[in-house]
Design a protein around this ligand. Structure first.
Ligand SMILES: [Zn+2]
Length: 265
């Protein structure tokens, strides 16, 4: 179809669970398989094509990367088993790679960080080593989302090191592949957390700050767009087209208005 093209900015999409939401509020960070399929079809129809996280990092480093469409990176935080059950078959069909950020200390377990005293919500299963191996063989990549999913800005010393460097070592031993990328739990980061991430040898780290990534982006504050379970395909296309978490029409008008006034000023 389209010829490979060069590009100057890359949006990174962030998903969490794929499956059935526990309740209405849960529908923000859990997308049903049907809604996910509709979103992916809309992206494909609009000419988007997923880049691997390695190709994205190579591009950031100046490699003359080309993409068979409008580039974006697809990421899933937390490593829920639903990604294997519901997203993987569809993405394999599309030939789109994705990156899953795993909680190293909870592989094959459940989302125990959600286990608050008095919480009635059931825990959700995370990917098993066998599921991870199957997805890796099909081109998915797996990187770190810490050891236990604690807020890293509350930690220091060896506790912080265990979450960042320790999770990298554990995942590399489990996967047998390089673990070069990190996603900050809850998006919490400060200069101490960033320094520890750099010191642990990660090539880049992903925040939850919205926006596009151009080559001058801080490698340890890569931007991502939050995709919600209730985002319609049209809303998602606006988010990815404008680099904003707000895919409303009002936000799009504001975008054009500020561009117009910026040009005048
Ligand atoms: Zn998370």
């Amino acid at each position: 179809m389209s010829n490979a093209q060069s590009f100057d900015r890359v949006p990174v999409l962030m998903y969490h669970r794929v499956g059935t939401p526990h309740d209405v509020a849960d529908g923000t960070y859990c997308i049903t398989p049907g809604a996910f399929a509709a979103q992916m079809s809309a992206l494909a129809a609009a000419g988007y094509a997923a880049l691997t996280v390695d190709a994205f990092a190579d591009w950031l480093d100046g490699a003359p990367t080309r993409c068979d469409g409008r580039p974006f990176v697809l990421s899933f935080d937390d490593g829920f088993a639903g990604v294997y059950e519901h997203a993987f078959p569809l993405l394999r069909e599309l030939g789109w790679p994705a990156t899953v950020f795993l909680v190293a200390g909870l592989v094959g377990d459940h989302d125990r960080w959600m286990q608050h005293p008095g919480a009635t919500r059931p825990l959700t299963p995370l990917l098993s080593p066998a599921q991870i191996a199957e997805m890796a063989a099909a081109g998915f990549s797996f990187h770190s989302h810490s050891m236990t999913h604690r807020s890293l800005t509350a930690l220091a010393g060896s506790a912080l090191e265990d979450e960042i460097a320790g999770s990298r070592a554990r995942l590399q031993a489990l996967l047998g592949t390089a673990v070069d990328f990190f996603a900050y739990p809850y998006g919490h980061l400060d200069s101490q957390v960033v320094d520890a991430t750099r010191a642990a040898g990660y090539r880049a780290a992903f925040s939850v700050q919205p926006g596009f990534n151009r080559r001058d982006i801080d490698r340890y504050r890569i931007r991502r767009l939050d995709v919600f379970g209730h985002d319609s395909p049209r809303t998602l296309l606006r988010k990815i087209g404008f680099g904003s978490n707000d895919g409303s029409l009002a936000a799009v008008c504001h975008y054009y208005w500020s561009r117009l006034t910026a040009r005048r000023g």
